[in-house]
Design a protein around this ligand. Sequence first.
Ligand SMILES: C[S@@+](CC[C@H](N)C(=O)[O-])C[C@H]1O[C@@H](n2cnc3c(N)ncnc32)[C@H](O)[C@@H]1O
Length: 553
Amino acid sequence: MEAAWNAFGSDSDSSDSEDDNGVAGREEATRLMQQYNTQSTQDKQVSKTDNINSTSISFQPSFDDQKQRTASLPWPNNPPLYLGPAFVEKLTLGGGRGYTATADLPPGTCILIEEPFVKGWSEQQMGKRLGLESIQHLFDRDTAQSIVQCMEELHPTKDKVDSVYRDNSEDIAPLDKIQIVDMISSADSETSHYQEVQSLIAYAKERGIVNSDGTNLNSRDINRLLLTMRYNGFDSGLYLHFSIFNHDEDPNCIKFRPSSEGTQQQHYSEARTTRFVKKGEALTLHYLENPREVSHATRRKILWDQHRFDIGDEGAFRKFLRLAEDHNKRKTAVYESELVQGSFPESNRTGTNEDSGGDPPVAFNIENSLDDLEDMVVELQAMFLSKPDEGLSMSSTSFERAAALELTVWELITAAKASLGNNNHILLSRCRRLHLDSIEILLEHCSSILDNKASTELMARFLPSARELLESQKLRLGNDHTDVARTSNDISMGIQALLSHSPKRLLSLQLEDMRSLDQCSRFEHSCRKEKERIEKLFPKDADNIVAMVTKEA
Ligand SMILES: C[S@@+](CC[C@H](N)C(=O)[O-])C[C@H]1O[C@@H](n2cnc3c(N)ncnc32)[C@H](O)[C@@H]1O
């Protein structure tokens, strides 16, 4: 998913070459890495081939069905490429709408396929808090008129905002005051904002951009447009129908963003269920991404800052998860993944800590370290990708940076485990994924420098991180989530590499269910099968689905 706006046969021990540090060892290490990379490529190919004939569709999409379903959407003249078994229901939360399942849905069911209505964001906007330059970016487009008119239906809708300002101030609903009136007043209180709004009004008039009723845009319209972008924008741009999804702390859908994998360009985003959904259940996404795994206090602050809704403190969060009603293991795990030394940390919607003079919460320190280390991973990946042919001539500095990063993340995991006192804490999952990523960088880009012993040791650190990550993910996300498939694949590849190059080292890890070579093989097999099973639930068949609903019978 992407966020709403913010800015890897049994071998005898004697064949182990783990103590060989010479040239032979280096050649062996290179072979091991090549095997890792070849397996990785084959996996991708298998999943692509598997995907051709498999389908997750639990019912047959048809032109007629599609026509009927999309007719009742807020934008009947701008339908999505595909709307699955969902309808827009009236709700009491902000905007008053949300998707509901029209049938029992298996995991992987395609709910929505849609191209961005406005692709990406202006260059001036990138990395900055959402501002009026994004509205200027909209007005500069040839399709500005139609964009502005369609945006009238995004939360908060033009009708709603106009009616709020028509009402007496005592009659304004508390939520409308928070999400509309207070936000617009706060923006207007800045002189520069007021002046920029006036210039945008003049610019819209000059370009003939008007409301759907033919009136000229006024300052409230411009401020409302800014709010719609804040409440509905995704990293990849602005969508009409994706903006109907509400946030849930235990979401049942995931959004895949437009991508360009190899020669394949995918211009649309898709939403699919990540678990079994009952008929009548709300279909929801998680609004946070990059990173999605943040502590409850940080999520609470981000969601309040951007969307002006509050997931609340411990009591409200339990209620939010409907813990008391459901007695659901997954929801309980979502709650438990926040506990620090057995307690749910305090928070407030505008952020915890610092101002109160006390020590910052443990999770806050770990998040800061993670932010810095994730930036370093991105930098390293970019650096290695910009010099793909460096090979044997790779500078030792690049290697040292990557090796130091892996070690730092490993140490962070050890420290975080101790300070959180919760092996399944949400931040530990993020630490472990970062650890796997940092090892993959070394294996993929530094094989010419790594000798066999070093690479075996890397694998020996990779595997425990992946095992622990998988356990936490299964608890929190269920067994059918794409993240579970990815980690299962990592474990399978890690076991395969160690089994063929240093089974002795593999057994020395003493991992649960991996105490004998036979057990290790069986565990590897089950992870590989799980990865294949989940991948089949999420076939890359969106083009077929779109073709099915586009052709009239
Ligand atoms: C992208 S819109 C979602 C669709 C919106 N409900 C509508 O009717 O257009 C985002 C807004 O929906 C509301 N919202 C989404 N998820 C929510 C939740 N879990 N609790 C409260 N409000 C939520 C907030 O007002 C947020 O700014």
